[in-house]
Design a protein around this ligand. Sequence first.
Ligand code: SF4
Length: 456
Amino acid sequence: MCGVVGVFCRDENLTSRLAFFSLYSLQHRGQESAGIAVFGDYIHIHKGMGLVSEVFDEKKLNEMRGNIAVGHVRYSTTGESRIENAQPLLVKTKSGALAIAHNGNLVNYQSLREELENGGAVFITDSDTEVIAKLISKQLLNGDVVSALKSVSQMLSGSYTLVMAINDTLIGYRDPLGFKPLIVGEGDFGYVIASESCAIDAVGARVLRDVEPGEAVVIREGEMEFVRVERSDRKALCVFEYIYFARPDSIIDGISVYDVRQKIGRILARESPVEADMVSPVPDSGTTSAIGFSKESGIEYLEALIKNRYVGRTFILPNQSVRELSVKIKMNAVKSNVDGKRVVLIDDSIVRGTTSRKIVDMVRNAGAKEVHFRVGSPPIISPCYFGIDMSTREELIASSKSVEEIREEINADSLAYLSLDGLVEAVGMKKEDLCLACLTADYPVDVSEAAGCRRC
Ligand code: SF4
């Protein structure tokens, strides 16, 4: 769970600012650390723990001059939460300094690292991004960055959307299965590459197109070209980008995240109707689906819960103790709305179930007569090894409990999940083009190495 950006800007004084604003709009993709590298007369790199606005200030951005920038916001999946793992990662290669920002997770990280270490390589981080950087750096001895990518792409397994800069070249690359999104925009200033289209909108650029799985976008001396690096028989875009992770105003692979979430709500209302007086989202990620549910069912949309917008999302806070505490301070029930009512709550997913229980209790304690829970995804039964931190199998409530047992555990009057077919219908993409592995346990690549490794 990370966000990446790349900027080519003809005005060297603007580049760092454009990267900053793009990253700022991707803050939802990672709140643990932020970093930007700017390639000018020399390479300026600045990284820090915390939010984009905490890591960068006016003075820092003014100092960072150059025409190319690579930026990253991070939530740790592989690798601990510490500054050494913040990105972009800068490595010196024989062909020049290489800055690399990575969204995703390799599933063969351990064996690749061991192989490199056996060959004498020394690592300064414990992130899989350094493995990718080392492999590219080795392949750069035999050719340019695109041919290096071609060789390295065949060695990597898992999810890896990359934005890189070397010398005068900016490159974006999406792994052959296209697990994570990547999109390109053009503005008067030049080009921007980003995880989501909202980051292109944020700098006043217009969307050109998505980078396709296995494709690279290469920007050199102001000229842009798309290069096919690898082909794959199938795609595996993470369905959770649509369900939860991406911003609703983003468009991913030509499909509006907002539209998908609204359809999820409509389909949920058709599949699992309920007699109720009001429908409310669990804010914020349930909001668009709750609107869809309300439209389809005719039940009034009314907020049962108000979120404190200055608290990070519980799902992506890094450890359990912080998560537990943050539920209490992040939202509160609106007593006057729920008192004496039959309430339908819409959430995007249930991971551990602990948050859902607290929310249901909160609404009950505020006077609700009944609380019905509707979930905008099928049950999460299996862990993700591709970069979404949704805990291990043991912690996933739906991996060991039936829907009825979960209903009891979260203390709801009724509970229903969206069906898998309903989800695929809402996205509007072919099933074979999506990763649905955490919902089906059917992984698009071999994950046995990662599944045996607690560190990954
Ligand atoms: S396993 Fe689930 S969360 Fe992970 S990439 Fe696949 S769909 Fe997304």
